[in-house]
Structure formats: C-alpha cells, structure tokens
Write a protein that binds this ligand. Structure first.
Ligand code: PLP
Length: 443
C-alpha cells in the first residue's frame, strides 16, 4: 500500500535503494545502469565523493538562511563560477529549485525587462510546437507539448503562441536544402512577429537541443543565427531553455556555444546539480540586468528556497568535478562512441527511423515503417516497452511518445553520466539494442 501519488496510480515503482557511479540498485537487489541519468539529470552518476563531501560540509555549517536577509557563500561562489567571466555576455545568475521554476523566472525577468526598458506594451512570447519547458502553468503555457498541455489548456495563459521547431527528420520538405528549410523557419517566425505586432513580443523561447518532446533533436547549422536575427530585428529577447541539454550534456558547457549565438536569458537545471540537490536557475545577459538595475532596482519575483545553500554547494561541487576531471572531453569522446555503437547496432533496424543527438545526449526514434515514417499505434506504447525490456536487462533509459502534435511518435533517450567509460558505453549499447529488438518484435 502506498500513500504517494506516483506517476502510475495503479502500481508503485520499485524502490531505488542505492546508487554508485553509473549504477542504481533497487530494493530487490536488481542492478541497472543509469543510462539516461533519470531525465538527463545524473551527469556525475551517483555517490560522487567530491559532491557528497561538499554537501556534508555545507550541511554541517549552514542549511538555510532566507534570501531577503542573507546570501550564502556557496551561492555566491556558484554564480561566480558560472558567470564571473561573463560567457556570451551573461553576467548574472538567479538560482531556484527546478527547471520549471527556472523557466518561470526567465519569463518573468523578460517581461520585467520590457517594462523597465520603457516597452511595457511587450506582452507576448513566441515558443515552438513540440517543445517542453516545464509543468508549472507559465512554463506549460510556453511549451508546445500537445499531450501535456491538453488537460490544462483552458487555464493556460494566451500570452504564448507557437511556431514550428527545427525537426528535419519529419518536417523538411522533399528536396529542400538545409538553408532553404532554415529560411522557411525564419520566415515563419518573422510572420508570427508580424501577426502579433513586432513591438509587442517580449521574447522567442526555444530548447537549444530539444529534449523530451522530440528526442534529442539538434538544430540545423544556421538555424539559431537566423532565429536570433529575427529577434534582434524586432528588439525582442532570445530565451534558450537548456534545462536538459545544458551544463555539458552536449559536449560544451552550454549548448549555444555550438550554435554561433548567445542567448539573452538561459535556463539551466538538470546538469547543474546532477540530481544531488534540486536546483535550477537562469543566467542573464548584462543588458537585461542593467535595465532592471537602472529601473526599479529589484527583480519582482522570489521563492522561499531560492539559492538554497546546500543546493548551491552541491551544484558548485558538480561543476568543479566537471571542470577538474575534464569531463567535457569525456562527453565528446564517449558521445562519439555511443553514436557509433547505436548506428552499428540499430542503424539498419526496420523499426528505427532516426538516431540523433549530440555529446552524451542521444535518442532513437522508432517507427512502424522506415520508408513512410509511419508511427506505431500509440496504444502499443512501444517506447514504454523499450523501457521495460531495457530495465529487465539492467538498463534505465528515458522513453517518450504520444506527444508529437497528434503524430504520436515513439522515441527513447540515452543520456549516460559524463563519467562513463568505453566499457560502460559498450554495455549500454548492447543492452539497449537487445531491448529495442525485443520491444518491437511482433508488434
Ligand atoms: N525544460 C526542459 C527542456 C526540460 O526538459 C524540463 C524537464 O524535463 C523542464 C524544463 C522542467 O524541469 P523540471 O522538471 O525540473 O521542472
């Protein structure tokens, strides 16, 4: 008997009893490789000694002090490490407890920027279909995940509208070149600005690499520069949601480093604290902060647990480990092996439509038919079947499906910890390949 509102109300999941490195063990003793780090969270794996020691030291010193009166040394040091050198002009950080809270803070600071910059008429956000920005009502309204939005649509803000994502696998037209496709998407964004009145738009929001909703969909070269150019033409901000794809997941600390642009506001979370503590945040461009500093002198927002001392100490230690162990190099090297392994093992499989990703962030899109890209009947829950088959074989992975604006695609994400080795990757590919084969056999 459980008294927790689990995701599945009819059946409680197994109890996770312990974790060490890339491994998780449940209460029955079943061991699994944490092949997706939850939802691309556990970037250092479990029980990393530097992080555990830093958390223990912080807990011994101070667990909590309210930010209306105090700042914490761990929060100051974390901000200094992230934005002290102003990467891409991002000079300030604001820490919260989750990705959704980070997205809410991004939306609110962007709106406040408009007011303080003397442009209070800016009240609209443009985001993308088939995106996910979180489950709180503001973040959910920003997101274009049809399945998650549906029950709450009547209570979601109408300040948000949506344009197409960059999703060449399904949305590129026959014979269309990369640059023509990108130009078409930029024209669509421009048309949406015109529809809303360009002077009314606060910001365009996008995931740098789309996570849960499209499965590791990377943008084509030139896409983000083209979208940023539209924003700049109309004086609007660019908000990049790197909750899943940021903090090293794609091989650079920030996903935008590989896109040739910089955001005005960046949302971060999962890889920030690696799951050791609940923490998310925003990194904010100097010009946004300047408008607030010169204007009201305050960000009109706040949470009881913002910049929590223990969460910040954990995140600081996670980021120190990424830096000191040269883990971004490992992400690139192991990511290349993961891609190669997936392509060799599944590239020709009749039900594998696409294998895509970057760094240690990869997804396999499963289809009923490769040629037509027809999707499986959602009732078959093929992505869930892969999850279950993988779990039986000692691998945790992250499934998703039924979310693609009525198209009901199935995909499964692998996002192993940055500390994984060549042998770990081989095991992950082997178990995952067997799970996919078993899950689609006979469906
Ligand atoms: N944004 C993106 C891109 C995400 O992938 C997620 C979570 O999966 C969120 C926001 C919401 O983060 P959280 O679940 O920590 O609230």
């Amino acid at each position: 008997m459980t008294h927790i509102v689990h995701r599945n109300l009819r059946e409680a999941p197994p109890i996770a009893a312990s974790g060490r490195g890339i491994w998780l063990t449940d209460a029955s003793g079943h061991e699994v490789i944490d092949g997706s780090g939850g939802a691309a969270v556990a970037c250092l794996g479990h029980g990393h000694p530097h992080v555990v020691a830093a958390m223990k030291a912080q807990i011994d010193r101070l667990c909590y002090a309210h930010t209306a009166l105090f700042t914490a040394e761990s929060a100051e040091r974390l901000a200094d490490m992230l934005v002290g050198h102003a990467p891409g002009g991002l000079t300030h950080a604001y820490f919260v407890s989750s990705g959704s809270e980070g997205m809410e803070a991004a939306l609110k600071i962007a709106r406040q920027w408009a007011i303080e910059a003397g442009q209070a008429q800016r009240t609209k956000f443009i985001a993308r279909r088939q995106s996910y920005h979180g489950n709180t009502l503001g973040a959910l309204a920003a997101g274009g995940n049809a399945m998650r939005r549906a029950p709450y649509a009547p209570i979601l803000s109408d300040a948000f509208s949506h344009v197409s994502p960059c999703y060449p696998y399904r949305d590129r037209r026959d014979g269309e070149s990369d640059s023509d496709y990108v130009a078409r998407l930029a024209a669509e964004l421009e048309a949406e600005f015109q529809r809303l009145g360009p002077q009314n738009v606060i910001a365009f929001c996008a995931e740098t690499v789309v996570g849960a909703t499209l499965g590791c969909a990377t943008a084509l070269p030139g896409y983000f520069p083209a979208m940023k150019a539209v924003c700049e033409r109309h004086g609007a901000l660019l908000i990049l949601d790197e909750v899943m794809s940021g903090m090293g997941r794609t091989g650079t600390l920030h996903g935008w480093e590989q896109e040739g642009i910089t955001p005005d506001i960046q949302v971060i979370a999962k890889g920030l604290g690696g799951g050791y503590q609940p923490i998310g945040g925003i990194l904010v461009h100097g010009r946004v902060i300047e408008a607030l500093t010169k204007g009201s002198g305050t960000f009109k927002h706040g949470h009881t647990y913002q910049a929590h001392p223990v969460a910040c100490a954990a995140a600081l230690a996670v980021q120190e480990a990424i830096r000191d162990e040269n883990l971004l190099d490992n992400v690139k090297a192991m990511g290349a092996l993961l891609e190669q392994g997936l392509v060799e093992r599944l590239g020709n499989h009749a039900h594998v439509g696409d294998i895509r990703g970057r760094g240690l962030f990869w997804a396999v899109e499963l289809v009923k038919d490769r040629a037509s890209k027809a999707v499986f009947d959602p009732a078959l829950a093929v992505n869930e079947r892969v999850k279950m088959e993988a779990f039986k074989r000692g691998l945790a992975c992250y499934p998703m499906g039924g979310t693609i604006d009525g198209k009901h695609g199935d995909h499964v994400i692998l996002a192993p910890p940055y500390v994984c080795t060549e042998a770990d990757i081989a095991m992950i590919v082997d178990r995952f390949g067997a799970a996919v084969e078993a899950a689609v056999a006979g469906v």
